[in-house]
Design a protein around this ligand. Structure first.
Ligand SMILES: [Zn+2]
Length: 249
């Protein structure tokens, strides 16, 4: 396993190289300043490998590998001397890994055998995508008017009951909170049937999906376990989508 130090060095090299590409640089700056509303950055698999990322680690421990990418992104953009850079962690940032080679295709037919791994799968959409808003940062306001912002990195909402400044009860103020738009759709594929695919991060502009469309997706199968239940509900955390074009007949 690559050590933390090695992995950190690899990602620092990656961000340096990535930023030299002008178009990528613009996106990096946009996320640095407009996070969490903008939170997706495309990262290229061949370039990750060039920088020294281990293919095996990326496949089997994507959260650790990509997590370091997110962590180093924060320090990288803070060194760029931009105005208004997001000051806290970039925890809900999404790295859209594209150009995965065939080695990431699922080699057996049980998605759950690949829980928390990075896989590539051919899927069929069982319905159109639905747009939902995802709470990124909740603003809690007390009666005196103190605002407390709580970052929401996970799927379960983090709440506070009392104002840290004066101790009064607080309520969630939606107008002060930050939301990102995500999309979700039911998908089926080899070994899974109608599970929810979550398309977060970018707005997936230009992506129009209708029932019956097929696509190659890169993503991480996950299960969400409620505190007291052994039954997790599975979903597919999608990092990249390549919709297959209709063949002309
Ligand atoms: Zn207060």
């Amino acid at each position: 396993m690559q050590s933390e130090t090695e992995l950190r060095a690899v990602w620092e090299a990656y961000w340096d190289a990535h930023y030299e590409d002008g178009r990528q640089a613009r996106r990096v700056r946009a996320v640095a300043t407009d996070y969490p509303v903008k939170r997706g950055v495309v990262v290229s698999y061949p370039e990750l490998l060039d920088a020294g990322v281990s293919e095996r680690e990326l496949r089997t421990r994507p959260d650790r590998t990509l997590g370091m990418g997110v962590e180093t992104f924060g320090s990288f953009v803070r060194d760029l001397d931009l105005d208004d850079v997001w000051r806290r962690s970039f925890d809900v940032m999404i790295l859209h890994v594209d150009d995965l080679p065939g080695g990431f295709k699922m080699f057996d037919t049980n998605l759950m055998a690949h829980l928390n791994e990075l896989v590539q799968a051919e899927v069929t959409f069982d319905g159109a995508t639905e747009r939902i808003s995802d709470l990124m940062e909740a603003a809690f306001v007390c009666t005196t008017g103190h605002v407390t912002r709580v970052h929401q990195p996970g799927r379960r909402r983090r709440d506070i009951d009392h104002c840290p400044d004066c101790g009064d009860p607080v309520f969630l103020e939606e107008r002060e909170s930050l939301f990102a738009e995500i999309q979700r759709a039911p998908v089926s594929g080899p070994g899974f049937d109608r599970i929810t695919a979550i398309l977060g991060g970018r707005r997936w502009k230009g992506l129009s999906i209708t029932e019956g469309d097929t696509a190659v997706v890169n993503g991480i199968p996950r299960a969400d376990f409620r505190e007291d239940s052994t039954h997790g509900s599975a979903y597919f955390d999608v990092l990249h989508v390549e919709v297959e074009e209709d063949l002309p007949f």
